[in-house]
Design a protein around this ligand. Structure first.
Ligand SMILES: [Zn+2]
Length: 313
């Protein structure tokens, strides 16, 4: 499938799930700014690159682009000397480190006990606070901030009491899903051509970046400083540099994550349930900018999987 056919298929599949390509407005002349915010820090799942190689590759990419990212760390991933050592590399390189809970559970699951969940966040903090670059930003695992107003508000108060801000995402995407396919392929055949995964990733990321940027300008009537969600995985170990280069080639300007988080959009507390997902999406939902039957793009894993099936990925 060539690029044009692919883009058309993607637009059609977005339309099918209630997401229209939104009309651009005049303020698009301001070039969008983006930061890299990377989640999880799973390093024991090394394929093709060792954990150290992947860590070094991602850090080199950020350095060569003069970008300070934010890394939202799952506490259990640094509850060992090796995990801590890998994280020290991020600290020494000056990247921001945030809290992503100890156990990475879904806060919106009905069985979640709020008090236990809060303890899980503090458990991660006990490990993270020895790192000078740790900042009190909490990113909800899977971006799930509570399926009821009571749970949502309980966590908002708890985070405020403990001096935390929410490490919101503006641009969500399914890099994790592409990475799953890439890993499966490389495990099966270590010599497999990985380039088609790169192509797919770049197209996918661009479509999500465009979508959320347009939505943000429509909802806020101004550009936002974007926080793009990506994961610490093989896909980014191999292709994060290409992803950054692609965004730059579209006129997007990289900024540091801590700078991005100064955008007032990150202080918003949208009155919607279920709470969570991209802050831009949540605000659009709150102010009625989305049709009632619109689905959250990143939830459409099935659509992304179908696209990859078609391409034999
Ligand atoms: Zn996560």
């Amino acid at each position: 499938m060539n690029r044009r056919t692919f883009a058309k298929t993607l637009s059609l599949s977005l339309a099918a799930i209630g997401i229209q390509r939104l009309p651009l407005i005049a303020s698009t002349s301001t070039s969008p700014q983006f930061s890299i915010t990377m989640d999880d820090f799973y390093w024991t799942n090394a394929v093709k690159l060792t954990a150290t190689e992947r860590n070094q590759s991602i850090l080199n990419i950020l350095k060569s682009n003069s970008i300070k990212a934010a890394l939202f760390v799952i506490g259990s991933n640094i509850d060992s000397d090796e995990g801590k050592q890998l994280l020290w590399e991020w600290d020494k390189a000056g990247h921001m480190i945030g809290n992503h809970s100890y156990s990475h559970r879904n806060y919106s699951a009905p069985e979640t006990v709020v008090a236990k969940y809060q303890q899980d966040i503090l458990r991660a903090e006990t490990l993270l606070k020895e790192f000078p670059r740790f900042r009190k930003y909490f990113r909800f695992p899977m971006l799930k901030e509570g399926e009821t107003a009571a749970k949502r508000d309980a966590m908002r108060s708890f985070l405020a009491q403990h001096g935390y801000r929410t490490g919101h995402v503006t641009i969500d995407d399914s890099d994790w899903l592409i990475d799953q396919r890439l890993n499966a392929r490389v495990k099966k055949d270590p010599t497999a051509d990985v380039k088609p995964y790169r192509e797919f990733y770049l197209e996918h990321l661009w479509s999500r970046a465009e979508y959320y940027d347009t939505l943000a300008r429509r909802v806020l009537n101004r550009p936002v400083k974007h926080t793009i969600l990506v994961h610490f995985n093989l896909l980014n170990g191999l292709f994060l540099n290409d992803a950054i280069a692609m965004l730059k080639s579209k006129g997007w300007q990289p900024i540091d994550a801590e700078d991005a988080f100064t955008d007032p959009v990150f202080l918003a507390k949208p009155n919607v349930v279920p709470a969570g997902e991209s802050i831009v999406w949540a605000l659009a939902k709150e102010n009625g900018a989305l049709s009632k039957d619109a689905h959250y793009p990143a939830e459409e894993g099935a659509a992304v999987s179908a696209q990859m099936d078609k391409l034999g990925l």
